[in-house]
Design a protein around this ligand. Structure first.
Ligand SMILES: Cc1ncc(C[n+]2csc(CCOP(=O)(O)OP(=O)(O)O)c2C)c(N)n1
Length: 353
């Protein structure tokens, strides 16, 4: 398979307005990406030791997409993260120990061992747990945005989805309704070149970002390995959404650097393509940015690794769920009333001010 047949583009260079990000924000973006990579690398080791049931799915090389977009969202906004978007959970305030517990099916995980390792969302931080049918979360995000509009609330919903999702009917239904109603929703297409083993040239004949125009709203294609570009595109999209300007489709162009899951050796991906993208690693790039600003990246890395070690110890020491409670908390109790989503963390200094 020739590299050129996969529609690989690195995306246009986006010039971030530095006025929106302080130096602390910029190193915070790097910290969250470092933590995402560290947690997923540790989880992969735990999977190989037989401690993570099922398979394991990671977002190695795609950290900028979930971290950059989440940073631009306010605490009252709602996020629907998918299987490569661990960064969203971290930015919203879910601890690495809770996430490792989730992966290992422990009681202290977000679903207390009730669901597969990446199908989770902590509603206490405004994250909606993903359903496995792709891309149904586009419809969920659109529905939440509809509620915000009907209630007159200045809030926004965001969901990520992959290039494979663009071939599904739900993609079109969500985009159509969001366009017709001019809803405050952001669709982040994480274009990582492959849907399992299907390359993008077998997925669509038209660049999917162009489809936004077909539904009457703005679509932009950005470099998905530039965390500040992802932040800036999302910040702009959110501002427009809150101002009543309707949805935005952001295509973040990136590359899936690992197999679809831990069980997949991705022999179907040309090695040269992976090597080409390794040079565009989002963490290396943000490391260069914050080092030039005088930040001590080695200290940051050490801090992240120390937190990860502690989190691993806590997660490994935690109990498995009691089998007698297996059917508890699977369905909401009838008398629970309205199940409210609470607000998450919004670390960007623009929201703190
Ligand atoms: C409707 C549906 N079909 C198939 C699957 C199984 N499946 C899970 S992830 C995946 C690949 C999706 O590719 P893409 O949307 O490009 O996201 P990526 O995994 O590359 O991030 C598939 C086929 C599913 N979850 N839902």
């Amino acid at each position: 398979m020739a590299t050129s047949s996969t529609h690989v583009r690195s995306g246009p260079t986006t010039h971030t307005d530095p006025a929106h990000l302080t130096t602390d924000d910029r190193s915070g973006l790097l910290r969250d990406m470092l933590m995402m990579r560290a947690v997923e690398a540790r989880a992969m080791n735990l999977y190989r030791q037989g401690k993570v049931p099922g398979s394991f799915y990671d977002g190695f090389g795609q950290e900028a997409v979930s971290v950059g977009a989440s940073w631009a969202m306010a605490a009252a906004d709602r996020l629907c993260a998918l299987h490569r978007d661990l960064g969203a959970h971290l930015v919203r305030g879910v601890s690495p120990a809770t996430i490792l517990s989730q992966y290992m099916g422990r009681e202290a995980g977000v679903t207390s061992g009730r669901d597969g390792n990446v199908h989770f969302g902590d509603r206490r931080v405004g994250c909606v747990g993903m359903t496995s049918m792709l891309p149904d979360m586009m419809l969920v995000a659109t529905g939440m945005a509809m509620a915000f509009k009907l209630r007159g609330e200045a809030r926004c919903a965001l969901t990520w989805f992959g290039d494979g999702s663009t071939s599904r009917g739900d993609f079109h239904e969500a985009m159509n309704w969001a366009g017709v109603q001019r809803l405050p929703v952001i669709f982040v297409l994480e274009n990582n070149q492959y849907a399992y083993s299907t390359p993008t040239n077998l997925q669509y004949a038209v660049d999917p970002v162009q489809r936004a125009a077909g539904y009457g709203f703005r679509g932009v294609s950005i470099d998905g390995n530039d965390v500040e570009a992802v932040f800036e595109a999302t910040r702009e999209a959110r501002e427009r959404a809150i101002d009543g300007g309707g949805p935005t489709l952001i295509e973040a162009v990136t590359m899936r650097m690992h197999g679809h899951g831990a069980h997949d050796d991705m022999k179907y991906v040309p090695k040269a393509l992976v090597e080409e993208w390794r040079k565009k690693d989002p963490i290396d790039r943000q490391t260069a940015v914050v080092s030039a600003l005088g930040c001590d990246v080695e200290a940051l890395r050490a801090e992240v690794l120390a937190e990860l070690e502690q989190a691993t110890e806590v997660a490994l020491a935690g109990p498995m769920p009691d089998p007698r409670t297996a059917t508890d908390r699977v369905f909401a109790p009838r008398d629970a009333g309205e199940i409210l989503l609470e607000d998450g963390a919004a670390p960007w200094s623009g929201h703190r001010q």
